[in-house]
Ligand binder design. Structure first.
Ligand code: FES
Length: 320
């Protein structure tokens, strides 16, 4: 692990919604923090636990703390559960902001569409838009008002008439509602930014691409689908630069097997989201399972994220 993590203090930790806690992380000496661009995230580590990335909700001039929200994942491997145990005064390691979901401010109005906890980066974008006087509309989907983080957004200064809640919809009604939102934005020159669970993003892509064009749609995946399934086979992984070979059994990641054998590979999310473990492929065909690589990079097949992706044909040679 080569990430630079700075010590930061928990300035506040408060329930934000069912299973969601809002956490403010501050400089231990109370100094102002480096500004974060809209859509940025930080990487956070509690103790020796896994590193996780969390989107910032900060406005541009809000530099007292980095403000994040964390949903407790039922299958947490320690990341979200440890975050939920934090209390004011606790110390964590955190990176500086990473510009992971940038906004193109040269374009037209922002159409911000959030599913569940995916609202966090979009709140940051909306707050930046307010500060810039840039037009936006924020649509927030959640199972219910109780399950929705930041459910009172419409009351925030600058948000009146620009934040719409879609809470408690029947799941079957979501695609239709998304279609209506995109139809209403037709011809307005908007760029849409979408964050939420994978199925929600897929529905937004299906509804938005025919209206706005794929180039005007921007997505951030905050978690990945299951890494492997029973149907995955073993992979024979050869390290082309060090002439070693390993068998990666079904159900285990390439990264885990390499690390277990003392091979140092940078990593962070372990979910195919951050791109830290992207590795050059010298031979073999990757079976991409990540949400980091572009369609172009996938098609080229010369780089893969080894924390989640596997191999078609059962063999790979990596530039390690
Ligand atoms: S560690 Fe984040 S994509 Fe692999």
């Amino acid at each position: 692990m080569t990430l630079a993590h700075l010590p930061m203090v928990v300035a506040a930790a408060r329930p934000e919604a069912a299973d969601i806690v809002a956490i403010d992380l501050a400089h231990p000496a109370g100094r102002p923090l480096p500004p974060a661009p809209a859509g940025a995230h930080i990487r956070v580590r509690v103790g020796e636990g896994p590193v996780r990335q969390y989107s910032l909700t900060n406005a541009p001039d809000d530099r007292d703390a980095y403000r994040i929200a964390v949903k407790l994942e039922p299958a947490s491997r320690g990341g979200s559960a440890a975050m939920h145990r934090l209390a004011p005064g606790d110390m964590v390691g955190a990176s500086l902001p990473v510009d992971g979901f940038p906004v193109d401010w040269t374009k037209g109005p922002l159409l911000l569409i959030a599913g569940g906890i995916g609202v966090t980066p979009l709140i940051g974008m909306a707050r930046h838009a307010v500060a810039r006087g840039h037009p936006f509309q924020l649509h927030h989907f959640a199972r219910s008002a109780c399950a929705a983080a930041f459910a009172g957004l419409a009351g925030e200064p600058g948000f009146a008439g620009r934040a719409t809640a879609h809470f408690g919809l029947d799941p079957d009604a979501v695609p239709g509602r998304l279609a209506a939102i995109f139809a209403a934005a037709r011809g307005a020159g908007v760029d849409a930014y979408v964050c939420g669970p994978t199925a929600f993003m897929d529905a937004a892509r299906a509804a938005g691409a025919p209206v706005l064009g794929a180039g005007a749609l921007h997505f951030e995946y905050f978690t990945a689908d299951a890494v492997t399934g029973d149907a995955d086979g073993d992979i024979r992984v050869r390290l082309g630069l060090s002439d070693r070979e390993f068998l990666v059994p079904a159900g285990r990641s390439i990264l885990a097997v390499l690390q277990e054998n003392g091979i140092d590979v940078d990593c962070s999310c372990l979910e195919g989201v951050c791109g830290m473990c992207a590795t050059e492929v010298l031979a073999g065909e990757p079976d991409h399972r990540d949400h980091f690589l572009s369609d172009q990079a996938r098609a080229a097949g010369d780089v893969m994220t080894i924390c989640v992706s596997r191999a078609r044909g059962g063999a790979l040679t990596l530039a390690l």
